[in-house]
Design a protein around this ligand. Structure first.
Ligand SMILES: Cc1cc2nc3c(=O)[nH]c(=O)nc-3n(C[C@H](O)[C@H](O)[C@H](O)COP(=O)(O)OP(=O)(O)OC[C@H]3O[C@@H](n4cnc5c(N)ncnc54)[C@H](O)[C@@H]3O)c2cc1C
Length: 460
Protein backbone atom coordinates (compact mmCIF):
# COMPACT_ATOMS: atom_id res chain seq x y z
CA UNK A 1 0.00 0.00 0.00
CA UNK A 2 1.20 3.51 -0.85
CA UNK A 3 -0.30 6.57 0.81
CA UNK A 4 0.08 9.87 -1.09
CA UNK A 5 0.05 10.22 -4.88
CA UNK A 6 2.45 13.13 -5.24
CA UNK A 7 5.43 12.49 -7.48
CA UNK A 8 7.17 10.45 -4.73
CA UNK A 9 4.22 8.07 -4.25
CA UNK A 10 3.64 7.73 -7.99
CA UNK A 11 7.34 6.98 -8.52
CA UNK A 12 7.17 4.33 -5.78
CA UNK A 13 4.23 2.72 -7.59
CA UNK A 14 6.02 2.90 -10.93
CA UNK A 15 9.06 1.18 -9.43
CA UNK A 16 6.88 -1.60 -7.97
CA UNK A 17 5.44 -2.21 -11.44
CA UNK A 18 8.92 -2.15 -13.00
CA UNK A 19 9.99 -4.81 -10.53
CA UNK A 20 7.01 -6.95 -11.52
CA UNK A 21 4.98 -6.35 -8.34
CA UNK A 22 1.44 -5.50 -9.40
CA UNK A 23 -0.73 -6.11 -6.38
CA UNK A 24 -0.88 -2.78 -4.52
CA UNK A 25 -3.04 0.32 -4.10
CA UNK A 26 -2.23 4.00 -3.91
CA UNK A 27 -4.46 6.10 -1.63
CA UNK A 28 -4.67 9.84 -2.29
CA UNK A 29 -6.66 12.36 -0.25
CA UNK A 30 -7.12 14.89 -3.07
CA UNK A 31 -9.39 14.42 -6.06
CA UNK A 32 -6.38 14.15 -8.41
CA UNK A 33 -2.90 12.63 -8.26
CA UNK A 34 0.28 14.75 -8.57
CA UNK A 35 0.43 16.61 -5.24
CA UNK A 36 2.06 20.00 -5.81
CA UNK A 37 2.75 19.18 -9.48
CA UNK A 38 -0.29 20.67 -11.14
CA UNK A 39 -0.60 22.03 -14.66
CA UNK A 40 -3.60 24.22 -15.45
CA UNK A 41 -4.79 26.43 -18.29
CA UNK A 42 -4.88 30.20 -18.45
CA UNK A 43 -5.91 32.22 -21.49
CA UNK A 44 -5.23 29.20 -23.71
CA UNK A 45 -1.73 28.59 -22.28
CA UNK A 46 -0.52 25.75 -20.08
CA UNK A 47 0.44 27.15 -16.68
CA UNK A 48 2.30 25.55 -13.80
CA UNK A 49 0.58 26.06 -10.45
CA UNK A 50 3.47 24.38 -8.60
CA UNK A 51 6.91 23.43 -9.98
CA UNK A 52 7.63 24.35 -13.58
CA UNK A 53 10.72 22.24 -14.40
CA UNK A 54 13.44 20.02 -13.00
CA UNK A 55 17.19 20.42 -12.80
CA UNK A 56 18.69 18.68 -15.83
CA UNK A 57 21.83 17.58 -14.00
CA UNK A 58 19.79 15.36 -11.67
CA UNK A 59 18.73 12.67 -14.13
CA UNK A 60 15.82 10.82 -12.44
CA UNK A 61 13.02 13.06 -13.75
CA UNK A 62 14.44 13.14 -17.28
CA UNK A 63 14.82 9.36 -17.36
CA UNK A 64 11.33 8.83 -15.96
CA UNK A 65 9.81 11.07 -18.66
CA UNK A 66 11.67 9.10 -21.33
CA UNK A 67 10.54 5.77 -19.87
CA UNK A 68 6.98 7.04 -19.93
CA UNK A 69 7.28 7.78 -23.65
CA UNK A 70 7.41 11.56 -23.17
CA UNK A 71 10.89 12.05 -24.67
CA UNK A 72 9.52 14.02 -27.64
CA UNK A 73 7.85 16.50 -25.33
CA UNK A 74 10.94 17.38 -23.30
CA UNK A 75 12.03 20.99 -23.71
CA UNK A 76 15.09 22.70 -22.26
CA UNK A 77 15.41 26.13 -20.74
CA UNK A 78 16.61 28.75 -23.19
CA UNK A 79 19.98 29.18 -21.48
CA UNK A 80 21.22 31.61 -24.14
CA UNK A 81 18.79 34.11 -22.59
CA UNK A 82 19.59 33.08 -19.01
CA UNK A 83 20.08 36.04 -16.81
CA UNK A 84 18.74 36.65 -13.33
CA UNK A 85 17.94 40.11 -12.04
CA UNK A 86 18.01 41.16 -8.42
CA UNK A 87 15.95 44.10 -7.18
CA UNK A 88 18.22 46.24 -5.08
CA UNK A 89 18.02 49.89 -4.02
CA UNK A 90 15.15 50.76 -6.37
CA UNK A 91 16.42 49.12 -9.53
CA UNK A 92 17.17 45.82 -11.23
CA UNK A 93 20.78 44.68 -11.21
CA UNK A 94 22.06 41.56 -12.95
CA UNK A 95 23.31 38.62 -10.89
CA UNK A 96 26.96 38.31 -12.02
CA UNK A 97 27.40 35.53 -14.54
CA UNK A 98 28.67 32.29 -13.01
CA UNK A 99 27.33 32.94 -9.47
CA UNK A 100 26.92 29.51 -7.81
CA UNK A 101 24.33 29.88 -5.05
CA UNK A 102 26.81 30.99 -2.33
CA UNK A 103 29.75 32.55 -4.14
CA UNK A 104 31.00 33.68 -7.54
CA UNK A 105 32.82 31.31 -9.92
CA UNK A 106 33.84 34.15 -12.26
CA UNK A 107 35.72 36.88 -10.37
CA UNK A 108 35.87 39.20 -13.40
CA UNK A 109 32.10 39.14 -13.94
CA UNK A 110 31.67 40.00 -10.28
CA UNK A 111 34.14 42.86 -10.51
CA UNK A 112 32.21 44.44 -13.40
CA UNK A 113 28.80 43.97 -11.78
CA UNK A 114 26.94 46.80 -9.99
CA UNK A 115 25.03 44.42 -7.70
CA UNK A 116 27.40 44.52 -4.73
CA UNK A 117 29.31 47.40 -3.14
CA UNK A 118 33.09 47.67 -3.51
CA UNK A 119 33.53 46.67 0.11
CA UNK A 120 31.52 43.47 -0.48
CA UNK A 121 33.64 42.71 -3.56
CA UNK A 122 36.81 43.31 -1.55
CA UNK A 123 35.51 40.89 1.08
CA UNK A 124 35.00 38.21 -1.59
CA UNK A 125 38.52 38.86 -2.96
CA UNK A 126 39.88 38.37 0.57
CA UNK A 127 38.03 35.05 0.88
CA UNK A 128 39.49 33.99 -2.47
CA UNK A 129 43.05 34.40 -1.20
CA UNK A 130 42.59 33.43 2.45
CA UNK A 131 43.06 30.03 4.03
CA UNK A 132 39.55 29.91 5.52
CA UNK A 133 38.66 27.99 8.65
CA UNK A 134 36.46 24.93 8.07
CA UNK A 135 32.83 25.54 9.12
CA UNK A 136 31.47 23.81 12.20
CA UNK A 137 30.07 20.38 11.41
CA UNK A 138 26.51 21.63 11.76
CA UNK A 139 25.99 25.22 10.70
CA UNK A 140 23.45 27.28 8.81
CA UNK A 141 24.01 28.56 5.28
CA UNK A 142 23.59 32.10 6.61
CA UNK A 143 26.24 31.67 9.32
CA UNK A 144 28.81 30.37 6.84
CA UNK A 145 28.19 33.08 4.25
CA UNK A 146 28.17 35.88 6.82
CA UNK A 147 31.48 34.65 8.27
CA UNK A 148 33.18 34.05 4.93
CA UNK A 149 31.75 36.59 2.51
CA UNK A 150 29.96 39.11 4.69
CA UNK A 151 26.41 40.19 5.48
CA UNK A 152 25.88 42.02 2.19
CA UNK A 153 26.50 38.92 0.05
CA UNK A 154 24.14 37.00 2.31
CA UNK A 155 21.32 39.54 2.22
CA UNK A 156 21.55 40.65 -1.42
CA UNK A 157 22.40 37.40 -3.23
CA UNK A 158 22.34 34.23 -1.15
CA UNK A 159 19.12 34.84 0.80
CA UNK A 160 16.96 35.52 -2.32
CA UNK A 161 18.54 32.61 -4.23
CA UNK A 162 17.85 30.20 -1.37
CA UNK A 163 14.38 31.57 -0.87
CA UNK A 164 13.74 31.08 -4.62
CA UNK A 165 14.63 27.39 -4.49
CA UNK A 166 13.72 26.29 -0.95
CA UNK A 167 11.29 28.99 0.17
CA UNK A 168 13.55 29.06 3.22
CA UNK A 169 15.48 31.34 5.53
CA UNK A 170 19.29 31.20 5.06
CA UNK A 171 19.86 31.53 8.81
CA UNK A 172 17.77 28.43 9.49
CA UNK A 173 18.73 26.11 6.62
CA UNK A 174 21.47 23.55 7.24
CA UNK A 175 24.51 24.00 5.00
CA UNK A 176 25.23 20.25 4.84
CA UNK A 177 21.64 19.18 4.22
CA UNK A 178 20.80 21.81 1.62
CA UNK A 179 24.08 22.33 -0.25
CA UNK A 180 26.29 19.30 0.47
CA UNK A 181 28.70 19.92 -2.44
CA UNK A 182 29.31 23.53 -1.41
CA UNK A 183 29.64 22.48 2.23
CA UNK A 184 32.42 20.12 1.22
CA UNK A 185 34.15 22.86 -0.77
CA UNK A 186 33.91 25.20 2.21
CA UNK A 187 35.61 22.55 4.38
CA UNK A 188 38.48 22.32 1.93
CA UNK A 189 39.24 26.07 1.94
CA UNK A 190 38.09 29.14 0.02
CA UNK A 191 34.63 28.76 -1.52
CA UNK A 192 35.12 31.31 -4.29
CA UNK A 193 38.50 29.81 -5.23
CA UNK A 194 37.08 26.25 -5.32
CA UNK A 195 34.17 27.38 -7.52
CA UNK A 196 36.49 29.30 -9.82
CA UNK A 197 38.74 26.22 -10.20
CA UNK A 198 35.78 23.90 -10.78
CA UNK A 199 34.51 26.22 -13.54
CA UNK A 200 37.94 26.30 -15.21
CA UNK A 201 38.09 22.49 -15.13
CA UNK A 202 34.61 22.29 -16.66
CA UNK A 203 35.38 24.75 -19.45
CA UNK A 204 38.68 22.97 -20.22
CA UNK A 205 36.67 19.79 -20.89
CA UNK A 206 35.26 19.59 -24.41
CA UNK A 207 31.53 19.12 -24.94
CA UNK A 208 28.40 21.20 -24.58
CA UNK A 209 27.13 21.85 -21.08
CA UNK A 210 23.67 20.64 -20.11
CA UNK A 211 20.77 23.10 -20.10
CA UNK A 212 19.98 24.14 -16.55
CA UNK A 213 16.28 23.20 -16.51
CA UNK A 214 14.14 20.72 -18.42
CA UNK A 215 10.36 20.52 -18.59
CA UNK A 216 7.55 19.13 -20.75
CA UNK A 217 6.20 21.29 -23.58
CA UNK A 218 2.62 21.20 -22.27
CA UNK A 219 3.48 21.14 -18.59
CA UNK A 220 4.71 18.72 -15.94
CA UNK A 221 1.13 17.52 -15.56
CA UNK A 222 1.91 15.36 -18.60
CA UNK A 223 4.26 13.26 -16.48
CA UNK A 224 1.60 12.85 -13.77
CA UNK A 225 -1.01 11.85 -16.37
CA UNK A 226 1.36 9.26 -17.88
CA UNK A 227 2.19 7.81 -14.45
CA UNK A 228 -1.49 7.72 -13.51
CA UNK A 229 -2.24 5.87 -16.75
CA UNK A 230 0.39 3.26 -15.92
CA UNK A 231 -0.84 2.83 -12.36
CA UNK A 232 -4.44 2.94 -13.55
CA UNK A 233 -7.12 1.71 -11.15
CA UNK A 234 -4.57 1.16 -8.38
CA UNK A 235 -4.87 4.91 -7.58
CA UNK A 236 -7.82 5.77 -5.34
CA UNK A 237 -8.37 9.52 -5.15
CA UNK A 238 -10.63 11.10 -2.53
CA UNK A 239 -9.28 8.61 0.02
CA UNK A 240 -7.75 10.30 3.08
CA UNK A 241 -5.96 8.08 5.58
CA UNK A 242 -6.92 9.21 9.09
CA UNK A 243 -4.88 6.91 11.34
CA UNK A 244 -2.55 3.95 11.20
CA UNK A 245 -2.25 1.27 13.84
CA UNK A 246 -0.43 -2.01 14.12
CA UNK A 247 -2.40 -5.09 13.17
CA UNK A 248 -0.75 -8.48 13.51
CA UNK A 249 2.29 -8.52 11.24
CA UNK A 250 1.02 -5.52 9.28
CA UNK A 251 -0.85 -2.23 9.52
CA UNK A 252 -4.46 -1.14 9.85
CA UNK A 253 -5.41 2.04 7.98
CA UNK A 254 -8.54 3.97 8.83
CA UNK A 255 -9.58 6.03 5.79
CA UNK A 256 -12.33 8.40 4.77
CA UNK A 257 -13.43 7.87 1.19
CA UNK A 258 -15.30 10.85 -0.24
CA UNK A 259 -16.58 11.72 -3.70
CA UNK A 260 -18.58 14.58 -5.26
CA UNK A 261 -21.75 12.48 -4.65
CA UNK A 262 -20.85 11.82 -1.03
CA UNK A 263 -18.63 14.70 0.22
CA UNK A 264 -18.95 13.64 3.88
CA UNK A 265 -17.49 10.29 2.85
CA UNK A 266 -17.58 6.85 4.40
CA UNK A 267 -15.06 5.31 6.77
CA UNK A 268 -13.10 2.28 5.59
CA UNK A 269 -10.66 -0.04 7.35
CA UNK A 270 -7.84 -1.37 5.18
CA UNK A 271 -5.25 -3.93 6.20
CA UNK A 272 -1.83 -4.17 4.55
CA UNK A 273 1.49 -5.90 5.24
CA UNK A 274 3.76 -3.34 3.61
CA UNK A 275 3.27 0.39 3.65
CA UNK A 276 4.93 3.39 1.98
CA UNK A 277 4.00 6.81 3.35
CA UNK A 278 4.78 9.29 0.55
CA UNK A 279 3.45 12.28 2.46
CA UNK A 280 4.71 15.55 3.86
CA UNK A 281 6.48 14.70 7.13
CA UNK A 282 3.87 16.55 9.22
CA UNK A 283 1.08 14.51 7.58
CA UNK A 284 2.95 11.23 8.18
CA UNK A 285 3.51 12.33 11.81
CA UNK A 286 -0.23 12.82 12.37
CA UNK A 287 -1.00 9.34 11.04
CA UNK A 288 1.75 7.57 13.00
CA UNK A 289 0.98 9.13 16.39
CA UNK A 290 -0.58 5.97 17.82
CA UNK A 291 1.82 3.55 16.14
CA UNK A 292 5.05 5.17 17.32
CA UNK A 293 5.09 8.43 19.30
CA UNK A 294 8.87 8.91 18.94
CA UNK A 295 8.79 8.46 15.14
CA UNK A 296 5.85 10.87 14.93
CA UNK A 297 7.73 13.40 17.08
CA UNK A 298 10.81 13.32 14.86
CA UNK A 299 8.73 13.64 11.69
CA UNK A 300 6.76 16.54 13.14
CA UNK A 301 10.05 18.32 13.91
CA UNK A 302 10.78 18.80 10.19
CA UNK A 303 9.43 22.27 9.49
CA UNK A 304 7.58 23.22 6.30
CA UNK A 305 7.18 26.53 4.50
CA UNK A 306 4.12 27.61 2.55
CA UNK A 307 4.20 29.09 -0.90
CA UNK A 308 1.87 30.76 -3.33
CA UNK A 309 2.06 31.19 -7.11
CA UNK A 310 0.35 33.79 -9.26
CA UNK A 311 0.33 33.18 -13.02
CA UNK A 312 -0.39 36.29 -15.08
CA UNK A 313 -1.17 36.22 -18.82
CA UNK A 314 -0.70 39.31 -21.01
CA UNK A 315 -2.00 39.86 -24.51
CA UNK A 316 -0.45 41.63 -26.32
CA UNK A 317 2.93 41.10 -24.60
CA UNK A 318 4.12 44.22 -22.80
CA UNK A 319 7.78 45.26 -23.17
CA UNK A 320 9.74 43.22 -20.59
CA UNK A 321 13.31 42.97 -19.39
CA UNK A 322 15.42 40.19 -20.90
CA UNK A 323 16.38 37.20 -18.70
CA UNK A 324 14.58 34.45 -16.79
CA UNK A 325 13.30 36.71 -14.05
CA UNK A 326 13.77 38.67 -10.87
CA UNK A 327 14.61 37.78 -7.27
CA UNK A 328 13.77 40.08 -4.38
CA UNK A 329 16.10 40.15 -1.33
CA UNK A 330 14.20 39.91 1.97
CA UNK A 331 15.39 43.35 3.10
CA UNK A 332 13.69 45.20 0.21
CA UNK A 333 10.29 46.75 0.89
CA UNK A 334 8.39 44.35 -1.41
CA UNK A 335 6.53 41.15 -0.49
CA UNK A 336 7.17 39.34 -3.77
CA UNK A 337 9.89 36.66 -3.54
CA UNK A 338 10.51 36.07 -7.22
CA UNK A 339 9.06 36.54 -10.68
CA UNK A 340 9.78 34.31 -13.70
CA UNK A 341 9.28 35.42 -17.30
CA UNK A 342 8.10 32.14 -18.82
CA UNK A 343 8.49 33.08 -22.50
CA UNK A 344 12.19 33.80 -21.87
CA UNK A 345 12.81 30.65 -19.81
CA UNK A 346 10.69 28.26 -21.94
CA UNK A 347 9.80 30.02 -25.22
CA UNK A 348 7.92 26.92 -26.47
CA UNK A 349 5.34 27.43 -23.71
CA UNK A 350 4.07 30.87 -24.79
CA UNK A 351 2.67 31.79 -28.23
CA UNK A 352 4.36 34.72 -30.00
CA UNK A 353 3.00 38.12 -29.06
CA UNK A 354 1.81 36.94 -25.63
CA UNK A 355 3.50 37.02 -22.21
CA UNK A 356 3.26 34.79 -19.15
CA UNK A 357 4.69 35.75 -15.75
CA UNK A 358 4.85 33.53 -12.65
CA UNK A 359 5.16 35.31 -9.35
CA UNK A 360 5.90 33.76 -5.95
CA UNK A 361 4.81 34.95 -2.51
CA UNK A 362 5.07 33.34 0.92
CA UNK A 363 8.03 31.23 2.00
CA UNK A 364 9.46 30.78 5.49
CA UNK A 365 9.65 34.53 6.13
CA UNK A 366 6.14 35.47 5.00
CA UNK A 367 3.63 32.69 5.76
CA UNK A 368 0.92 35.35 6.21
CA UNK A 369 0.89 35.96 2.45
CA UNK A 370 -1.30 32.87 2.07
CA UNK A 371 -4.04 34.55 4.10
CA UNK A 372 -4.40 37.42 1.61
CA UNK A 373 -7.57 37.28 -0.48
CA UNK A 374 -7.36 36.92 -4.27
CA UNK A 375 -8.35 40.59 -4.65
CA UNK A 376 -5.63 41.72 -2.22
CA UNK A 377 -3.05 39.55 -3.99
CA UNK A 378 -3.95 40.85 -7.44
CA UNK A 379 -3.72 44.45 -6.24
CA UNK A 380 -0.37 43.68 -4.58
CA UNK A 381 1.16 41.87 -7.54
CA UNK A 382 0.01 44.57 -9.98
CA UNK A 383 1.56 47.33 -7.84
CA UNK A 384 4.81 45.41 -7.29
CA UNK A 385 5.24 44.52 -10.97
CA UNK A 386 4.72 48.18 -11.84
CA UNK A 387 7.52 49.07 -9.40
CA UNK A 388 9.95 46.37 -10.50
CA UNK A 389 9.30 45.97 -14.22
CA UNK A 390 7.54 49.26 -14.94
CA UNK A 391 4.58 47.13 -16.04
CA UNK A 392 1.53 49.41 -16.39
CA UNK A 393 -0.60 47.06 -18.51
CA UNK A 394 -3.00 44.93 -16.43
CA UNK A 395 -2.90 41.15 -17.06
CA UNK A 396 -5.58 39.77 -19.36
CA UNK A 397 -6.02 36.80 -16.99
CA UNK A 398 -4.63 35.66 -13.63
CA UNK A 399 -4.54 32.44 -11.64
CA UNK A 400 -3.62 32.07 -7.96
CA UNK A 401 -2.64 28.83 -6.22
CA UNK A 402 -1.84 28.50 -2.53
CA UNK A 403 0.42 25.69 -1.27
CA UNK A 404 0.24 25.55 2.54
CA UNK A 405 3.06 23.63 4.29
CA UNK A 406 4.40 22.25 1.00
CA UNK A 407 8.17 22.90 1.07
CA UNK A 408 10.19 20.88 3.60
CA UNK A 409 12.86 22.94 5.33
CA UNK A 410 16.15 21.17 6.03
CA UNK A 411 17.04 23.28 9.02
CA UNK A 412 20.16 22.90 11.18
CA UNK A 413 19.96 19.49 12.85
CA UNK A 414 18.31 17.83 9.82
CA UNK A 415 20.93 15.05 9.59
CA UNK A 416 20.37 14.13 13.26
CA UNK A 417 16.60 14.07 12.76
CA UNK A 418 17.02 11.74 9.76
CA UNK A 419 19.16 9.39 11.85
CA UNK A 420 16.55 9.27 14.61
CA UNK A 421 13.77 8.67 12.04
CA UNK A 422 15.83 5.86 10.51
CA UNK A 423 16.41 4.33 13.95
CA UNK A 424 12.70 4.47 14.78
CA UNK A 425 11.77 3.00 11.38
CA UNK A 426 14.06 0.04 12.04
CA UNK A 427 11.49 -1.09 14.62
CA UNK A 428 8.73 -1.30 11.99
CA UNK A 429 9.50 -3.87 9.32
CA UNK A 430 7.36 -3.23 6.26
CA UNK A 431 7.13 0.55 6.72
CA UNK A 432 9.00 3.02 4.47
CA UNK A 433 8.90 6.79 3.95
CA UNK A 434 9.28 8.82 0.77
CA UNK A 435 8.86 12.43 -0.28
CA UNK A 436 10.47 15.82 -0.08
CA UNK A 437 11.07 15.80 3.68
CA UNK A 438 14.22 13.73 3.72
CA UNK A 439 17.03 13.84 1.13
CA UNK A 440 16.16 16.51 -1.40
CA UNK A 441 13.11 18.60 -2.24
CA UNK A 442 13.54 18.71 -6.05
CA UNK A 443 11.35 16.59 -8.31
CA UNK A 444 14.21 14.22 -9.18
CA UNK A 445 15.07 13.78 -5.47
CA UNK A 446 11.44 12.91 -4.71
CA UNK A 447 11.36 10.39 -7.57
CA UNK A 448 14.54 8.75 -6.21
CA UNK A 449 13.00 8.64 -2.73
CA UNK A 450 9.94 6.85 -4.14
CA UNK A 451 12.09 4.32 -5.98
CA UNK A 452 14.19 3.70 -2.85
CA UNK A 453 11.12 3.17 -0.64
CA UNK A 454 9.68 0.67 -3.13
CA UNK A 455 12.95 -1.29 -3.29
CA UNK A 456 13.22 -1.34 0.50
CA UNK A 457 9.79 -2.88 0.84
CA UNK A 458 10.38 -5.40 -1.93
CA UNK A 459 13.31 -6.73 0.11
CA UNK A 460 11.10 -7.16 3.14
C1 LIG B 1 5.28 26.23 -5.49
C2 LIG B 1 6.34 25.17 -5.64
C3 LIG B 1 7.27 25.27 -6.67
C4 LIG B 1 8.25 24.28 -6.81
N1 LIG B 1 9.13 24.36 -7.86
C5 LIG B 1 9.96 23.33 -8.13
C6 LIG B 1 10.67 23.27 -9.35
O1 LIG B 1 10.53 24.14 -10.23
N2 LIG B 1 11.50 22.19 -9.56
C7 LIG B 1 11.63 21.18 -8.65
O2 LIG B 1 12.40 20.23 -8.89
N3 LIG B 1 10.93 21.20 -7.48
C8 LIG B 1 10.08 22.23 -7.22
N4 LIG B 1 9.32 22.22 -6.07
C9 LIG B 1 9.48 21.11 -5.12
C10 LIG B 1 8.82 19.81 -5.61
O3 LIG B 1 7.81 20.09 -6.53
C11 LIG B 1 8.21 19.06 -4.43
O4 LIG B 1 9.16 18.90 -3.41
C12 LIG B 1 7.70 17.67 -4.84
O5 LIG B 1 6.86 17.73 -5.96
C13 LIG B 1 6.99 17.04 -3.64
O6 LIG B 1 6.49 15.76 -4.00
P1 LIG B 1 5.97 14.76 -2.87
O7 LIG B 1 5.40 13.60 -3.55
O8 LIG B 1 7.05 14.55 -1.87
O9 LIG B 1 4.84 15.56 -2.06
P2 LIG B 1 3.45 16.20 -2.48
O10 LIG B 1 3.46 16.69 -3.87
O11 LIG B 1 3.12 17.16 -1.39
O12 LIG B 1 2.45 14.95 -2.42
C14 LIG B 1 1.95 14.41 -1.23
C15 LIG B 1 0.56 13.85 -1.50
O13 LIG B 1 0.06 13.24 -0.32
C16 LIG B 1 -1.34 13.50 -0.23
N5 LIG B 1 -1.77 13.33 1.17
C17 LIG B 1 -1.45 14.11 2.24
N6 LIG B 1 -2.02 13.62 3.36
C18 LIG B 1 -2.69 12.49 3.00
C19 LIG B 1 -3.46 11.53 3.72
N7 LIG B 1 -3.66 11.63 5.05
N8 LIG B 1 -4.03 10.50 3.03
C20 LIG B 1 -3.84 10.37 1.68
N9 LIG B 1 -3.11 11.27 0.96
C21 LIG B 1 -2.54 12.31 1.60
C22 LIG B 1 -1.45 14.91 -0.73
O14 LIG B 1 -2.78 15.22 -1.14
C23 LIG B 1 -0.45 14.91 -1.89
O15 LIG B 1 -1.06 14.57 -3.11
C24 LIG B 1 8.32 23.19 -5.89
C25 LIG B 1 7.40 23.11 -4.84
C26 LIG B 1 6.40 24.08 -4.72
C27 LIG B 1 5.40 23.96 -3.60
Amino acid sequence: MIVGAGIAGLAAGFELLRQGYENFRLLEAADRPGGVISTGQLAGMAIEEGPDSFLTEKPAALQLCRELGLGEQLVCSNDAARRTWIWRKHRLRALPEGWQMLAPARPLALWRSDLLSWSAKARIAREFFTLSRAPASETSVGALVRARLGAEVLEVVVAPLLSGVYGGDADELSLDAVLPRLAQMARQGSLSRSLWRARRRRSAKAGASLPLFTTLRNGLGGCIAALAARLDSRIETGCRVLRITKSGEGFQLECRHSSPESPAGRILQIHCCRLILALPAWAAAELLQELDGELALQLAAIPYASSLTVNLAYSPAPPLHDGFGVLIPPGESLRMRACTVIQHKFPARVPPGRALLRVFYGGARDPEALALSDEQLLALVTAELRTILGLKQPPSAAHIRRWPRAMAQYTVGHAGRLQRIQAALAGHAGLALAGNAYRGIGISDCIESGYAAARTLLQF
